[in-house]
Design a protein around this ligand. Structure first.
Ligand code: ARG
Length: 459
């Protein structure tokens, strides 16, 4: 039987049930649906709409349903359109006549919105912890990197040497912003829609403030129409998750390059790489590639929901049922991606010697030569042209740059020292820069930022 059979003379068509059911995917809201229902039952008791005994019977039935679902003995029916229907049907079987009072003053519209907000609030915090786990691995690798350096790139061309710690923390700060966004989204999800009813509130003496407090929400809805039709928090969550996916994708792309024979900066642990079914020698960076590939589908989850929402008139429309699958998918994919990338980064072997020799090219200190001239009064544009000319000369005539620097009247032996391997990176001294002094400060700041974010999530 459907929840709405009274108005209908015919049973629903099979095709209707097949097409409209959300049970296959909204089962994962079961725990939150039970939580919402418990708060609703207590609200009905407080309002005098249920006696204390009736309330106890319903709470016991809800508890039993929770156990059945938890242990896998709950039997879903073909006619259970969604998780809300399934649970109410079973409560009614268990509680007898009192079961028919469970839905008093409530609609599935405020119910599903409540469930999804409870679910999102918790799951977004869980993702934030996983993001911090990855951040901590990056921090550990950065601290262990000590004074190792590698080429920094622009346009994927070697540009200037940077400390490896600096490079790793560049990804780390993006993760810190991800956590900030998740916390912010969670704050907007933290509003209780329970009591909005189908769309307009209720004639019954319900107290949405009390149920909001009982569910641990920061506040209740201000407008019942908005309460049942607002999915901004899902769209925001999907954006946050897509951007985490994009960050993982960029890290993945880098690992694909670093682990190639051409680059040779990284060797993935066997446990975090895959082989080829045909080529016995292959070791492939599949996690990194999927981190890159799955970013596409995360962007799809976001844009799909935005398209669903864009034309909806107030208030609830069944289209809103399409909010769940993209959210669940994005949470699953980002959760899996974060775990896998955390393992990959914790175990990857970095070839510091290879990084160093790639960074120690003669031209790595070109800008240091120009800045040396600037410090002695040469306008930067002239200094740039002078050094650029030497680099061109060196390449065209196959003469070492060092020789040309030494022989040049404006440079000479004093400037030649700048070309010493490993020196350039130590000269990046400005705050936030790539050299040892600012990076030491940055490591401290990053460590305390991660700790602060953990505390924020706990509080
Ligand atoms: N399965 C529905 C959803 O996910 C629950 C709400 C149904 N409400 C309704 N008026 N048909 O949105």
């Amino acid at each position: 039987m459907t929840l709405w059979h009274g108005r209908f003379g015919e049973a629903p068509a099979e095709e209707l049930l097949d097409y409209t059911a959300s049970l296959p995917f909204d089962r994962r809201l079961a725990g939150d649906d039970l939580t919402g229902s418990r708060a609703h039952v207590r609200g009905l008791v407080r309002a005098g709409l249920l006696s204390g005994d009736e309330g106890s019977i319903l709470l016991a039935a809800l508890e039993r349903v929770g156990t059945e679902i938890g242990e896998g003995s709950f039997s879903f029916r073909r006619s259970d359109e969604d998780i809300h229907t399934a649970i109410e049907r079973r409560v009614t079987e268990l509680a007898g006549d009192v079961g028919a009072r469970l839905h008093t003053g409530r609609s599935r519209n405020d119910q599903v919105a409540t469930d999804l907000r409870l679910y999102s609030r918790r799951e977004l915090a869980a993702v934030a912890h996983l993001v911090l786990d990855l951040g901590e691995v990056l921090l550990g690798r950065a601290e262990a990197a000590d004074d190792a350096y590698l080429p920094g790139y622009t346009h994927l061309q070697r540009a200037q040497p940077v400390l490896l710690a600096h490079h790793l923390l560049a990804h780390g700060w993006a993760l810190v912003r991800d956590v900030e966004r998740l916390v912010d989204t969670r704050r907007r999800a933290d509003v209780s829609p329970l009591g909005a009813g189908a769309l307009a509130g209720s004639s019954l003496p319900l107290d949405p403030d009390a149920t909001a407090a009982e569910l641990g929400f920061g506040s209740r809805f201000a407008n019942s129409l908005d309460a049942v039709s607002d999915r901004d928090f899902v769209a925001e969550a999907l954006f946050d998750l897509a951007l985490i996916g994009i960050h993982l994708s960029r890290m993945g792309e880098e690992m694909v390059l670093w682990s190639s024979e051409e680059w040779g900066f990284a060797t993935l642990a066997d446990a975090y790489s895959t082989g080829s079914s045909m080529l016995p020698q292959k070791k492939n960076p599949d996690i990194a590639e999927l981190a890159r590939g799955k970013a596409g589908r995360l962007i799809g989850d976001l844009t799909g929901l935005l398209a669903t929402l864009k034309g909806l008139p107030l208030a609830y429309n069944r289209d809103l049922q399409e909010d769940k699958e993209p959210l669940f998918d994005a949470l699953d994919q980002v959760g899996g991606g974060l775990r896998a990338m955390t393992g990959l980064y914790a175990t990857v072997e970095l070839d510091l010697e290879r990084m160093r020799s790639a960074a120690d090219t003669p031209a790595a200190a070109a800008v240091d030569l120009a800045e040396w001239l600037v410090e002695r009064g040469t306008p930067f544009r002239d200094a740039h042209a002078l050094v650029g000319g030497l680099v061109r000369d060196s390449l065209e005539r196959h003469v070492p740059l060092a020789e040309l620097v030494e022989a040049h009247p404006a440079l000479g032996t004093a400037a030649l020292e700048l070309l010493a391997p490993g020196l350039a990176v130590t000269r990046r001294r400005t705050p936030g820069g790539a050299g040892p002094e600012p990076v030491a400060t940055q490591l401290v700041a990053f460590r305390s930022e991660l700790a602060a974010k953990r505390r924020l999530l706990a509080g």
